[in-house]
Design a protein around this ligand. Structure first.
Ligand SMILES: [Fe+2]
Length: 261
């Protein structure tokens, strides 16, 4: 199954990151992996590309994916057992936490008020806010009013905020005042690795490199969803510009603590 994944050259390019902190490999909870087998195939490719550790981050996006934190934690526990029982000879990264990618949209306030925001921590206890690091995303289609208020409120409540793939929002560019303001407020940015390889669009690719050059980017993530993304990751692993970028820049991925908040 999924033999086409094996055609491209694969390099352990992402080994310096150690950890992938953004992927959708918990089957059937969002638009990510559709089965245990698919997740195992994707994870095997991630390992070949250099990742030692992965953090699952299913969408919490009401009403499209109205996931509940307790249910996701339970599914994650079962998934870890199934992976162990079925991985066979495959070499795969360690799974060390499930958190989420929370969309700032309808339903976000409810997640916040009911204490369902799942976060990571830094491994150094002196770093980071009281409630940990929260991965958020915005709508890809339209800029919602009041994004800055929500981000500010999260910070006031004791969360560190990581904005997922800022290069993918068509309404932001590298001179955007709101992005500048977020950086001044201490918001972390996470770029998608596949953006750097032109997987989504030329515009996203250009912005991904620009944001890194601006010194705006603390994290890189795969945002793996399925075997097609894994094939794209394999392709990205042989991209000379990406290999060079990883030699020149350090990211915070490896400084996340094992486990979740
Ligand atoms: Fe994602």
């Amino acid at each position: 199954m999924f033999d086409f994944l094996k055609k491209n050259k694969t390099l352990p390019t992402f080994a310096p990151l150690v950890t992938d902190m953004h992927c959708h490999l918990l089957p059937l909870v969002d638009d990510g992996s559709k089965s245990l087998e698919e997740s195992l195939e994707v994870m095997a490719t991630m390992k070949q590309c250099g990742f030692e550790e992965i953090r699952l981050t299913p969408h919490f996006n009401y009403p499209r994916f109205p996931n509940k934190a307790d249910d996701i934690k339970e599914r994650y526990k079962n998934f870890c057992s199934e992976v162990e029982a079925n991985k066979g000879e495959r070499q795969i990264p360690r799974m060390t936490s499930v958190t989420g990618e929370f969309q700032v949209g309808d339903g976000f306030a409810e997640y916040m008020e009911s204490g369902q925001l799942l976060t990571y921590r830094f491994s150094d206890p002196k770093r980071g806010s009281e409630k940990g690091l929260l991965l958020i995303e915005f709508s890809l289609h339209q800029k919602r009013m009041g994004l800055e208020d929500t981000v500010f409120k999260l910070q006031m409540e004791g969360y560190d905020v990581i904005l997922a793939h800022p290069e993918r929002y068509p309404y932001f560019d590298s001179r955007d005042k709101l992005l500048e303001q977020f950086k001044e407020q201490g918001v972390y940015f996470q770029i998608n690795i596949l953006s750097l390889d032109g997987f989504y669009s030329d515009a996203a690719q250009k912005k991904a490199f620009e944001y890194i050059e601006n010194g705006w980017v603390e994290f890189l993530g795969t945002d793996m969803h399925n075997v097609m993304y894994a094939q794209a990751l394999r392709h990205a692993s042989a991209n000379k510009k990406i290999i060079k970028l990883l030699e020149k820049n350090e990211f915070e991925n490896r400084h996340l603590a094992v486990g979740q908040y």
